[in-house]
Design a protein around this ligand. Sequence first.
Ligand code: NAP
Length: 260
Amino acid sequence: MGKLEGRVAIVTGGSRGIGQAIALTFAKEGADVIVNYVKQKRQAEKVVEQIQTNGGTASALQADMADRKSVEHMVSIVLDQFGKVDILVNNAGILLHSDVLSFADEDVEMMWSINVKGVLYCTRAVAPHMIRNKYGKIINLSSIAGLGTAAAATTPYAATKAAVAVLTKRFALELGSYGINVNAIAPGLIKTDLILKGVSPDVAEGIIKYCEKASMLRRVGEPQDVANAALFLASDDSSFMTGQVITVDGGRMDFLSHSL
Ligand SMILES: NC(=O)c1ccc[n+]([C@@H]2O[C@H](COP(=O)([O-])OP(=O)(O)OC[C@H]3O[C@@H](n4cnc5c(N)ncnc54)[C@H](OP(=O)(O)O)[C@@H]3O)[C@@H](O)[C@H]2O)c1
């Protein structure tokens, strides 16, 4: 029997990258998975097909995390279909490179809307139903960028991910007495479109080389590395953990200066 047998899980941004790996992993462990996407319908359908081919259950559902009504509509469809949501993975997120001297207002606005407001909207829509069932697992995707690594040109993005870490602790505080665990994962560099698309192959290679060197394990991450941690947090193996931000980054050496 899988670790998530009988559970209903929403994975926001489940069509690609880390979210895709989480969706596949949860389905393999028996969960009914809702693979959310915003634009790439075909990609989300491919994830669903892959799950179904492996004998799992999944459906693709479009919703824009930046749009409260769209998020609430998605959750209402899931509740109509399944009557509950056991697991919510607030994974959808974007990274628009910029620093304090160069950021564009609209980029900052968009990152806050998707990366932070999306987490608030989705959690608010799902939490009352978890409270009713006295059961829930909420997993947020923060980032080591939000914990203080020195990655270049990611300052406004880092602030959104620091906000996700704080929201994790506050949600855990507010929802713990209802049997709801809320934890976050702070990945290091994981090979996905977020990092590698939109930059030249040379730049991508430079980023990977830098992060391999900065890692104690001398490698960058794969989406499955994060999915493995997400499975632990979604399963009852972590039932006495809440309000934690778990770093999955291969041991970044640029954290050493303030690790004790
Ligand atoms: N990759 C890394 O190195 C890394 C490191 C630390 C933290 N993270 C965090 O991990 C999460 C996943 O990152 P990733 O690397 O897997 O990203 P990715 O490969 O770029 O995939 C992003 C996913 O988010 C979805 N999405 C984007 N905007 C959305 C919106 N407005 N509403 C709903 N869904 C939306 C996309 O859907 P479509 O396919 O429809 O566009 C896609 O499924 C993000 O929160 C990111 O900040 C990533």
